[in-house]
Design a binder for this molecule. Structure first.
Ligand code: ADP
Ligand code: MG
Length: 256
């Protein structure tokens, strides 16, 4: 199979046989899955089950020992994150906040939009670009951060910073976004807000998400399909209802 005829129908993300060890630890153990356009795929599993490492392998922050990754039918392993973003429209968030506390909300979002153009100095000097400001303001409005636009990011609550952090991933207008624990540590109100914004963005733009998250209510109500990872391997896959009722999942994860 393969060839040009396949490309139009290729899944947005195709992960094949990815493995990654650290010393003696198999952090990711022969993981394969695909994600289709418009899906919101949840990735759950106990702490240390390899979720973040899998993201790192997919997006080039970490080199897998074996396996391959394709975005829209194009191989991506070895591509720099900036090229992934520019050429293939892939963005991510990290488990740890990536906001600059000494910069305003607006400038953080603008900076995220410039991330891949030139040097740090060039980025900072260009931070008044009108087109970028316009895009940033649209995103600020979408995520309902308008009242905080000119505040320093460091003065925001943790939940507001997580929302900002997620918003920053959308500056490049990505078609595929990988979010690593976007709701980690945020309160219930912010959690509902984040869920609403992500599902609205997905619906309005047809973009595709893969979401790592511990909060079951969040995952089960946001995601259309869920993968369960344990000890680096996929142990279950299905709809939220299927996964919730799966005895293997209950034993390995939900019950623990
Ligand atoms: P999760 O995101 O599911 O909590 P991780 O992917 O962070 O899990 O970690 C999976 C396993 O790999 C853990 O045992 C962790 O300690 C190990 N690990 C992750 N990153 C590194 C690293 N850079 N060096 C050594 N071990 C790592
Ligand atoms: Mg993690």
């Amino acid at each position: 199979a393969g060839g040009a005829a396949m490309t139009a129908e290729a899944p947005v993300l195709d992960v094949r046989n990815i493995s990654k060890s650290f010393g003696g630890i198999k952090a990711v153990d022969d993981v394969s899955f695909t994600v289709n356009r418009g899906e919101i795929l949840g990735l759950i599993g106990p702490n240390g089950s390899g979720k973040s490492t899998l993201f790192n392998c997919i997006l080039g922050q970490s080199r897998p020992d074996k396996g391959k990754v394709e975005v829209n039918g194009k191989p991506v392993l070895g591509m720099r994150p900036c090229d992934l973003s520019k050429r293939l429209g892939v963005a991510r968030t990290f488990q740890m906040l990536q906001v600059f506390p000494q910069m305003t909300v607006l400038d953080n979002i603008i900076l995220a939009g410039q991330e891949h153009s030139g040097t740090m100095l060039g980025r900072l000097m260009g931070a008044s670009d009108a087109g970028l400001t316009e895009s940033a303001d649209r995103l600020i409005a979408f995520f309902r951060l308008g009242h905080l636009r000119d505040e320093l990011a460091g003065s925001l609550s943790y939940g507001q910073q997580k929302l900002l952090d997620a918003a920053m991933a959308f500056m490049a207008g990505p078609q595929l976004v990988l979010l690593d624990e976007p709701a980690g540590g945020v309160n219930l109100t912010m959690l509902e807000h984040l869920k609403d914004r992500l599902s609205t963005y997905n619906r309005e733009n047809g973009s595709t998400f893969v979401v790592i998250e511990h909060n079951m209510e969040f995952v089960m109500s946001l995601c259309t399909r869920i993968l369960v990872l344990a000890n680096g391997a996929i142990i279950a896959e299905g709809s939220p209802e299927e996964v919730r009722a799966n005895p293997i999942v209950i034993e390995a994860y939900l019950g623990s």
